[in-house]
Design a protein around this ligand. Sequence first.
Ligand code: ACO
Length: 327
Amino acid sequence: MAERRTAIVGIGAYLPPKVLTNFDLEKMVDTSDEWIRTRTGIRERRIAPEGIYTSTMSVEASRQALQMAGLRPEQIDLIVCCTVTPDYPFPATAALIQKDLGAWNAFGFDVQAACAGFLYGLTMADQFIRTGSARYVLIVGVEMLSRVTDWQDRSTCVLFGDAAGAAVVTAAEGRGLLSSRLYLDGSLWDLIYLPAGGTRLPASEKTVQERLHFLRMRGNEVFRVAVRYMGRAVREVLEDVGLTADQVDWLVPHQANHRITQALIDYLGLSAEKVYANIEYTGNTSAASIPVALVEMLEKDLLRPGQVIGLTALGAGIAYGAALLRW
Ligand code: ACO
């Protein structure tokens, strides 16, 4: 009998309808379409309008994932919501997702691992499934960074987009998670962070005036560690299962910057056709980027049973990791 592993049996995505192009950004900050395209690979991103929240986007993506899995919301045992942009500092956005979906038999929590969120969520879901404490887990990777972006800061506001991705996982035979590795390098905590609103700098008139409720990023330094850390993590999961990079059918990296992806391709010696990229139309959607990419790949009929799919991501923390799945 084939070994049972944690496998994705349903997946869904939600992108808000409003498109913000590089040309729109040219009118907002001192930048150009040319700079953004050549430095990041991004042409446009989606921005959620007022009235749409992190939980709203999550529920849309989750309904699709449940439908594909052929499950009712009450069959979900656990909701893992991966986000750094929750509806509220507390309660967990997982609670709002549970309420709006009607997933009344689920327990749930939020995972804060920024762009590595989906990988963290998938790996945690795997633990609950392997111990038998959950049968069906809903993992949501969702981000609304537009609400914590400083639209006067050209070095960050051109990068991010809003989106949600959701996956239902359960134990399955002959497919699923082959290996995953998670890492955290807290010595680099201040490369990407949101200064105010926590216990160190509670909200005040001063924090608002000083624009401290918006994310800060030292992009250039993130860039330098990104390739090395993600590249190493991918090599480790390959070693775990005794595969070489050329035996991977697809690598789906977190969509942060097309130059990072290109450098990763070179580092791993992969062929570029095996690396999925959609940053051009989504921007960096943080925890949503991997599940959104997987949904697109399914829609384009790129994913086939038996394929080996590599995932890797890195974000604030610095939290990062990699996983290998048999589709
Ligand atoms: N338009 C025009 N010029 C710009 C812009 C812009 N939008 N942004 C920055 N510049 C300028 C800078 O001011 C700088 O000018 P200077 O040389 O006169 O000082 C110049 O461009 C180069 O700036 P760098 O920061 O060195 O540019 P770089 O090539 O590194 O690209 C970028 C910046 C795109 C942010 C890149 O560093 C990057 O993608 N980093 C990784 C981001 C990432 O992966 N984040 C992780 C996930 S985020 C999360 O976890 C929430």
